[in-house]
Design a protein around this ligand. Structure first.
Ligand SMILES: C[S@@+](CC[C@H](N)C(=O)[O-])C[C@H]1O[C@@H](n2cnc3c(N)ncnc32)[C@H](O)[C@@H]1O
Length: 270
């Protein structure tokens, strides 16, 4: 396999929180391609209204403070399929959120990722971006992630399996969850189907304890990704300095109204 020498410059690395030297690094052609796709997704994320909305939602006053982000179910990034681009976008969003939280005052935030389908190449790529890889013996086990998720964790789980969500909501105490929009997911299935019932049960048993805001925005999550709706969930009644953050919630309701108006307007392709 051909190898390339790339000189990774320091300012670029600062945003991703990765290596600390600017020594030339030997990488494979495939890793170079993944890196390029990832860089492109990260740029689009940073420039999108999707990231602006997400950052507004994360910065509302009543959001819990977190010191780590745990990603579950990112899927293999190297696997060549029509899912690859979406997975790299999910990775870009994960690191974009970490960048934002670090800038906002949590510089020590740690990033972890776990997926039983990660290959060695996935592990190496994630580590090169400063992500610590966790292991699980099987999909029906929360593995190492289950042992570190606590109330200071932002759980990041776009399109994790329903089975893993069930385990998660039953056994873990995270205060903040960025993942599937279960309300939209439920409405995608006919009422009598097993899938509808499964999402319904999940919502009744665990998700209903959280408040939810849907995430929408242009320039990043394209038409091809709209089958994968996302939302931010957090536990209510967090009081910070005696305030409930109600003003921010009001501001967000207005934001939602504007968003709805925009959604009703015809969309152009990205
Ligand atoms: C439907 S796929 C979604 C993959 C990716 N997020 C996407 O949008 O294409 C669900 C993923 O959850 C992973 N998964 C299942 N059980 C898990 C567990 N216990 N811990 C972490 N990941 C898990 C699977 O391996 C799979 O990659």
């Amino acid at each position: 396999m051909p190898h390339y020498l790339v000189l990774v410059d320091q300012p670029q690395l600062k945003r991703s929180g990765t290596r600390t030297t600017n020594q030339p690094k030997r990488i494979s052609k495939q890793q170079g391609e993944i890196q390029r796709l990832y860089d492109d997704a990260k740029l689009r994320y940073n420039q999108s209204s999707w990231s602006s909305l997400l950052e507004t939602l994360l910065s509302a006053k009543n959001r819990p403070t977190v010191n780590k982000i745990v990603s579950l179910g990112l899927g293999s990034l190297y696997e060549k399929s029509r899912d690859q681009s979406r997975r790299l976008k999910q990775l870009a969003m994960l690191l974009g959120v970490a960048d934002y939280l670090r800038l906002k005052g949590s510089p020590e935030i740690a990033i972890y990722a776990q997926d039983p389908s990660f290959t060695k190449a996935d592990d190496a790529f994630l580590r090169s971006l400063g992500v610590q890889v966790l292991k699980t013996p099987s999909p029906s086990d929360l593995g190492e992630a289950g042992r570190i998720i606590d109330d200071k964790t932002l759980l990041y789980s776009p399109f994790l399996t329903m089975e893993a969500y069930e385990l998660l909501l039953k056994n873990c105490a995270m205060e903040l969850l960025l993942g599937d929009d279960f309300s939209v997911l439920r409405s995608k299935w006919e009422k009598h189907t097993a899938e509808h019932k499964q999402v319904e049960l999940l919502m009744k048993s665990g998700v209903s304890k959280y408040q939810r805001r849907a995430i929408r925005g242009d320039g990043f999550w394209g038409e091809e990704d709209w089958h994968f709706p996302m939302a931010l969930y957090w536990r209510p009644s967090q009081r910070i300095n005696g305030q409930t953050g109600a003003r921010n919630e009001k501001a967000m309701s207005q934001f939602d109204q504007v968003r709805r108006l925009r959604e009703d307007a015809p969309r152009s392709r990205l």
